[in-house]
Design a protein around this ligand. Structure first.
Ligand code: NAD
Length: 461
C-alpha cells in the first residue's frame, strides 16, 4: 500500500471507529486525556532533547512554553469536561409553547490537525486535547521542519494509540496536500497566512469546517508615564522568547517620543541582564530554526539603521536581540511578519500617529499596550481590530485557559484554549424538545383569512 492509500485507509478506519460511538463517552475521553498526560510525562526527557535539537530551547523554556502548557491544558480539561459536556438549557420562545430548548455538543468525526515548527510540541498537542475532549478521532501532521520533535510525537502517539483513533503522520508539503484531499470532518491548522489560504481553499471543496491559527504583525505600543523598567522586562521576555519565533511576539514597537530613549536603554540593559554580555554563550537564548529562516532574517536587516545588536553567526543559526530604528514602511522588514529576534522601533506623539502606522497592516493576531491611561486603552481597543492581547504585558494572555485564543481576518478564523478548544471541536446541535399535550393549531392549513392575526402576533413577539 502506498502512502496515499495508507492515509485514505486511516481516515476510513477512523470514521468507522467514530461510528461505533466509543469515542463519545465521557469516560473514554477522560481516560484518553489521562493516558496522553502520562505519556508526556514518560517521554519528557526525549521531548526536551528534541526541542533542544530543533531550536536549542533551554530545558526551562521547553517546560514553560511547551510541555507544562500542554499538561496544564489537559488538567484543566479533565477537571471541567463533565460540565462542558452537559446540554446547555436555553429559553423557549412563545411560538413554541410548550417545549424545552437546549444545545447539545457533538463531535464532528475525524479531525485533521496540521502544526507549525515554532512551538512544535505545544501547537501539535494543544489542539489534540480539544479534539479528544470533544470525542473526535484525529490525524496529527507535525511540521517537517522541527523534525526531531515530529519524530518524538510520532513515536509517543503511534506506539500507544490505535491509528483508528489517533495517529501521527509525518511528512512535508506533499503529505499535507495528500491529507487535505481526504474527507476529514474538521481541519485545525496553525501556520502562516499564505498556507492558511491554501487550507481554506482545499477545505471548501468538501465544505469541511476549519479553524485557522495564523500570524501577522502584532504591534506593541508604549505610552509615556509607565514603569519603564518593568515594561522593558515584559517586552524583552515576550519578544525574545524562542528567539522571537512566536506567533504572538510583538512585531514592532511604537513608543511615545518622550520616553523613547529611556525605554531603549532599559530594553538594552534588560537584554544584558537576561542573556549576559556575550549572548551567543547564553544557555537560555534559542536559535533560528534553519538556514533558510536565518537568511530570510539576515536579509531583513540589510540597509537598516541598527540601534542595538545585529550580531549573527550562520553556522550557529544565531541572531542576537536586535533593535532597528524607524525602518521605511515599504522595506521588507515592515512588509512581512518578522518572526525572529528583531524589533523595529517607531515613535508617536498622538493617538492618530499610532493609527497611521497600525492601519497599514491587516488585523494583527495580538496587540500589546503599555499605559496607565484608561481612555487610551478604551480608544485603542475600540479602534483597532486584533485577535487578542495584553495591557501592560506581552504574550501572557495565551497562557490563560479562560481567554479563548485566536486571530481575526488574516490572523485567523476561530479560537481555542480551555473551554474554547472543546467548543471548537464540537458541533452545537440546537434542539427544540416538544410535548404532545398542547398544539398551536392556528399554524396549520387551511389558513383561511387568519393572516391579519398572524401579523399581529408575529409583530408583537
Ligand atoms: P507554514 O504555514 O509554513 O507550515 C505550517 C504547516 O503547514 C506545516 O505542517 C507544513 O508542513 C504545512 N504546509 C506548508 N506548506 C503547505 C502547503 N502548501 N500545503 C499544505 N500544507 C502545507 O508555517 P510555519 O512556518 O511552520 O509557521 C510559522 C507561521 O505560523 C507564522 O506565520 C506564525 O505566525 C504562524 N503561527 C501561528 C500560530 C497561532 O497560534 N496563531 C502559532 C504558531 C505559528
Amino acid at each position: 500500500m502506498n502512502l496515499n492509500d495508507n492515509m485514505k485507509e486511516i481516515v476510513i478506519q477512523q470514521k468507522e471507529f467514530f461510528n461505533t460511538h466509543i469515542t463519545k463517552s465521557l469516560e473514554f475521553r477522560i481516560e484518553n486525556l489521562k493516558k496522553l498526560k502520562k505519556l508526556i510525562q514518560e517521554y519528557e526527557s526525549e521531548i526536551i532533547d528534541a526541542l533542544y535539537s530543533d531550536l536549542r530551547k533551554s530545558k526551562f523554556e521547553a517546560y514553560e512554553t511547551e510541555i507544562g502548557v500542554v499538561i496544564q491544558e489537559i488538567n484543566y480539561t479533565i477537571k471541567h469536561l463533565k460540565k462542558w459536556s452537559k446540554n446547555r438549557k436555553v429559553k423557549t420562545n412563545l411560538m413554541n409553547f410548550k417545549a424545552k430548548s437546549y444545545i447539545k455538543k457533538s463531535p464532528y468525526g475525524s479531525a485533521l490537525i496540521i502544526a507549525p515548527w515554532n512551538y512544535p510540541f505545544q501547537l501539535a498537542l494543544s489542539p489534540l486535547i480539544g479534539a479528544i475532549a470533544a470525542g473526535n478521532c484525529a490525524v496529527l501532521k507535525p511540521s517537517e521542519i522541527s523534525k526531531n520533535t515530529a519524530l518524538v510525537l510520532e513515536k509517543m502517539i503511534n506506539n500507544n494509540f490505535e491509528k483508528k483513533y489517533i495517529t501521527v503522520i509525518n511528512g512535508g508539503i506533499e503529505v499535507s496536500e495528500a491529507l487535505l484531499a481526504l474527507q476529514f470532518d474538521y481541519i485545525f491548522f496553525t501556520g502562516s497566512v499564505a498556507v492558511g489560504k491554501i487550507i481554506m481553499e482545499k477545505a471548501s471543496k468538501h465544505l469541511i469546517p476549519v479553524t485557522l491559527e495564523l500570524g501577522g504583525k502584532s504591534p506593541l505600543i508604549v505610552d509615556k508615564k509607565v514603569n519603564i523598567d518593568k515594561a522593558a522586562k515584559r517586552i524583552v521576555w515576550g519578544k525574545f522568547l524562542n528567539a522571537g519565533q512566536t506567533c504572538v511576539a510583538p512585531d514592532y514597537l511604537i513608543v511615545h517620543k518622550d520616553i523613547k530613549d529611556d525605554l531603549i536603554n532599559a530594553i538594552k540593559l534588560t537584554i544584558q541582564s537576561f542573556y549576559g554580555d556575550n549572548i551567543i554563550l547564553s544557555p537560555d537564548y534559542p536559535r533560528i530554526i534553519n538556514e533558510k529562516h536565518f537568511d530570510r532574517l539576515s536579509s531583513l536587516l540589510e540597509k537598516q539603521s541598527v540601534i542595538y545588536g545585529c550580531i549573527s553567526n550562520r553556522e550557529e543559526r544565531y541572531i542576537s536581540p536586535t533593535l532597528i530604528d524607524s525602518p521605511k514602511m515599504d522595506s521588507n522588514i515592515m512588509q512581512e511578519e518578522i518572526f525572529g529576534p528583531i524589533l523595529p522601533v517607531f515613535d508617536f506623539e498622538t493617538e492618530e500617529d499610532i493609527y497611521n502606522i497600525t492601519s497599514k497592516f491587516p488585523n494583527p493576531l495580538a496587540l500589546y499596550l503599555f499605559t496607565n491611561n484608561k481612555k487610551m486603552v478604551e480608544n485603542i481597543h475600540q479602534n483597532i481590530l486584533f485577535g487578542g492581547g495584553c495591557v501592560n504585558d506581552t504574550v501572557m494572555h495565551l497562557t490563560s485557559p479562560y481567554l479563548p485564543f485566536g486571530g481575526v481576518g488574516t490572523s485567523g478564523v476561530g479560537n481555542y484554549h480551555g473551554k474554547a478548544s472543546f467548543d471548537t471541536f464540537s458541533h452545537e446541535k440546537s434542539i427544540l424538545h416538544k410535548r404532545f399535550w398542547f398544539d398551536l393549531t392556528f399554524k396549520y392549513p387551511p389558513y383561511n383569512n387568519r393572516v391579519g392575526w398572524l401579523k399581529k402576533i408575529m409583530n408583537k413577539l
